[in-house]
Design a protein around this ligand. Structure first.
Ligand SMILES: NC(=O)C1=CN([C@@H]2O[C@H](COP(=O)(O)OP(=O)(O)OC[C@H]3O[C@@H](n4cnc5c(N)ncnc54)[C@H](OP(=O)(O)O)[C@@H]3O)[C@@H](O)[C@H]2O)C=CC1
Ligand SMILES: O=C(O)CCC(=O)C(=O)O
Length: 381
């Protein structure tokens, strides 16, 4: 099932559980605005190459729309739509004053030089600069993008609108980025994991973990789990997987990945059997697989909660930019833990009230908050 159909299915199920008014349900399914732009750049050898870029702004009833920009060959309109919608529910689950958006360019960033990536990012920004802004839509990094990408967007946007650091988050610290943002999604995943494990009388120390993806989120989650005494027995990325039943030396693996750009051997991590699945990625589990895993008793911590640490610290970054006051990293991490723990308890309350699993607990929590804001703002033209 494609990402949009799967996301809509989860949303509709939450709307049914909540008994949502059908007009509000319909309006929440349709994105606020979809942008598709052509981005042509000269390559380093002088030849021209064209890419398609997207920004989908899903909903702004709770505040400026917020979400990352992804550079990946599989970026397509349906996927960006689904990810934008997920951002709306995620910011509501985290209870931060934002709506949802997502963007992307269909490209293979590893095949582009740094100057080609810079040109592509600047052309994309030129095409969307009128539609983003500190109080309208605030991009951030996602797969294939990073702090440097945000610095280029900030610079290009500022040429049109004046210096505006709060127009993007996940920036380099030197340009007003927040301490702790780079690690925040992985760290939030660990706080979420601790919250669900505590419920089952367990803790990270001594448990075994398998991690799919070893980029920003996966590698920070692995590092922090390792530091807390968890045994990471399998890690995989696009180049393959490493497995060690006695526990992988994560600092050594991070060093190896930094030096070579890939994980060591090629092995299949499929035989790993998990009792808990923590969705650090967006939309990693198809609804059919979700049902099968649920029936098998696997506890799944859904993406719109598990990876909300990134956007939560993006919110702290935006607040710091607006206040013109930088927080210590301890304050960032302390607040992140507070938000993640509170969201977990709010989700559990929804699970109890509606007798549903954690995914529907999170969806009903997010959808209900957005629906309330939508109704309060009203419909008069
Ligand atoms: N960055 C953030 O703050 C947030 C990210 N997320 C989500 O977390 C997930 C990971 O994002 P992030 O860590 O930022 O991205 P990165 O680009 O830093 O890392 C992505 C990882 O996924 C691997 N990968 C990419 N494509 C494939 C593929 N087709 N098959 C197998 N592995 C693949 C990459 O391998 P390789 O390095 O070899 O290319 C890399 O290990 C995404 O779903 C993203 O939307 C969610 C919330 C916030
Ligand atoms: O930090 C942000 O604003 C958004 C991060 C993101 O794209 C996500 O949570 O999926």
């Amino acid at each position: 099932m494609n990402a949009l159909a799967a996301t809509n299915r989860n949303f509709r199920q939450a709307a049914r559980i909540l008994g949502l008014d059908s007009k509000i349900e319909k309006s929440l399914l349709i994105p606020f605005r979809e942008i598709k732009v052509e981005c042509t750049i000269p390559k380093d050898d002088g030849t021209l190459v064209s890419y398609v870029g997207f920004r989908v702004q899903h909903d702004n009833s709770r505040g400026p729309m917020k979400g990352g920009i992804r550079y990946h060959p599989e970026v397509d309109p349906d996927e960006v739509n689904a990810l934008a919608q997920l951002m709306t529910w995620k910011t509501a689950v985290a209870d931060i004053p934002y709506g949802g958006a997502k963007g992307g360019i269909g490209c293979t960033p590893k095949e582009l030089s740094t100057s080609e990536l810079e040109r592509l990012t600047r052309v994309f920004t030129q095409k969307i600069h009128d539609l983003i802004g500190v109080n309208t839509d605030v991009p951030a990094p996602d797969m294939g993008t990073n702090a440097q990408t945000m610095a280029w967007i900030l610079d290009e946007y500022s040429k049109f609108h004046g210096y505006s650091p709060a127009v993007v988050t996940g920036k380099p610290i030197d340009l007003g980025g927040s301490l702790g943002r780079e690690a925040a999604t992985g760290r939030g995943v660990v706080y979420a994991t601790e919250a669900v494990l505590a419920e089952h009388g367990k803790s990270i120390k001594g448990l075994t973990f398998a991690i799919q993806g070893f980029g920003n989120v996966g590698s920070w989650a692995a590092k922090i789990i390792h530091e807390r005494g968890g045994k990471v027995v399998a890690v995989s990325d696009i180049t393959g997987a490493v497995k060690n039943p006695n526990g992988i030396d994560i600092p050594a693996l991070l060093q190896h990945k930094d030096a070579t750009g890939k994980l060591a051997d090629r092995e299949n991590a499929e035989s790993v059997r998990a009792k808990f699945i923590i969705e650090a990625a967006n939309h990693p589990t198809d609804p059919d697989a979700d049902e099968i895993l649920f029936k098998k008793g696997v506890v799944i911590l859904p993406d719109i909660y598990a990876n909300a640490g990134g956007v939560t610290v993006s919110y702290f970054e935006w607040v710091q930019n607006i206040q013109g006051f930088m927080w210590e990293e301890e304050k960032v991490n302390h607040e992140l833990k507070r938000y993640m723990t509170k969201a977990f308890h709010n989700i559990k309350s929804m699970c109890k009230s509606h007798n549903c699993n954690l995914r529907m607990g999170a969806f009903t929590l997010g959808v209900n908050r957005v629906a309330r804001a939508t109704s309060l703002r009203g419909w008069e033209a």
